[in-house]
Design a protein around this ligand. Structure first.
Ligand code: TYM
Length: 352
């Protein structure tokens, strides 16, 4: 009795539709953890979305649709606290406080910032926002998201590992300077996934235009998978292992993506059977693509159905957002007030 429940927190930006990287890097773990007795906080990072939009888009509508996709995937607003980042504006206050102790050099080494910087150096007229203060501070806001609910675990894909490490770092620095105030989360596990894009690029991502989406219908799935580049000669595998982490990196990029997806979606024996064909250098890519497309379509079908279910409406989402904003606010305010006190400015007088 009295033992503290494990706290889980994670978020996703409302950038259009959810893709397979989001699902297997993050949502899959959200679903698993929702079934345990941990306290789960899953949110839509609409403030963060503002760092990347190139022209005014309807972030609000994207947020609602993203939440309908969350529900369609099986996330349950009764078991997890599902909310919208901007409904917890005290996160921005915590980010401001944490910003006071965050070194700029540290932020300049952030991957998101560095990527944007190098893209702008290649093409100064590149679309999108300028190199903004908001983009530089992206990891600080993310640290605030994590620390504000006193998270223990942050299920994310491998691309977000560095951001979680920065949050840990900022929290440790805070505690060192102002006394034990913030709860330190655990680092992201080594097994975090980085799903490559359909074009063979290192990462599947919305801005890379190389995604396979959860709401893609059968025809789109087939078209996208058939277009994956498989004309390169197979490279020999220097291992007898079936372990995807061992063999897939030895394949040409496009082929590797197909195997990675097959391993995630199909029964193990189907994956092994196709691995055998690869080793024997049979001509089989057409069959592999059709088999994979079938598994993807079967995976998507119930999600598409639940997405379009009249019960999974805008009104339903708005109702649980309002309710959950009320549930998470007192938890978050406790952290912000503790930080204010620790830093010496004292409690907010209007919140009392
Ligand atoms: P975002 O919206 O870019 O991605 C959401 C989640 O999907 C994972 N992901 C992937 N995983 C594996 N392979 C891929 N190709 C792939 N693409 C995306 C991401 O790792 C992530 O888990 N900064 C976050 C949102 C955020 C957040 C937070 C997350 C804001 N505050 C606090 C956790 C905690 C982001 O941009 O995710």
């Amino acid at each position: 009795m009295g033992e503290k429940k494990e706290v889980i927190l994670s978020g996703i930006r409302p950038t259009g539709r959810l893709h397979y990287g989001n699902y297997f890097g993050a949502i899959r773990h959200f679903l698993r953890l929702q079934e345990t007795d941990a306290r789960c906080f899953y949110f839509i990072a609409d403030y963060h979305a503002l760092t990347t939009i190139s022209e005014p888009e309807n972030v609000f509508e994207e947020t609602i649709n993203m939440l309908r996709t969350y529900v369609a995937c099986g996330l349950d607003p009764n078991r997890a606290i599902i909310y919208r980042q901007s409904d917890l504006p005290c996160t921005a206050e915590l980010a401001l406080l944490l910003g006071m102790i965050t070194n700029i050099g540290h932020l300049e080494r952030g991957t998101t910032y560095k990527d944007k910087l190098s893209k702008l150096q290649e093409d100064p007229k590149a679309e999108g926002n300028p190199l903004s203060y908001g983009l530089l501070g992206y990891p600080v806001l993310m640290a605030a998201d994590i620390l504000i609910v006193r998270a223990d675990q942050v299920p994310v894909g491998d691309d977000q590992r560095q951001h979680v490490e920065m949050a840990i770092d900022i929290a440790q620095k805070f505690n060192h300077r102002f006394g034990e105030t913030l709860h330190i989360p655990r680092a992201v596990g080594r097994d975090a996934l980085r799903l490559p894009g359909l074009d063979g690029a290192e990462k599947m991502g919305k801005s890379e235009h190389n995604t396979l989406d959860l709401l893609d219908d059968r025809e789109t799935v087939l078209k996208k998978i058939r277009a994956v580049e498989t004309s390169t000669d197979p490279l020999p595998l220097h291992s007898d292992s079936d372990d995807p982490d061992v063999v897939i990196p030895q394949m040409p990029a496009g082929v590797g993506v197909l195997y990675r997806l097959l391993h995630l979606l199909a029964p193990e024996e189907v994956y092994r059977d196709f691995l055998g064909k690869y080793r024997r250098r049979e001509k089989f890519y057409g069959m592999l693509k059709n088999t994979l497309a079938e598994h993807v379509s079967q995976f998507n079908a119930p999600i598409i159905e639940r997405y379009n279910d009249p019960a999974n409406s805008r009104e339903f989402v708005l109702a649980f957002l309002r309710e959950n904003a009320r549930r998470v606010t007192p938890i978050a305010l406790e952290t912000v007030e503790a930080c204010r006190e620790a830093m010496g400015i004292g409690h907010s007088l209007y919140r009392a």
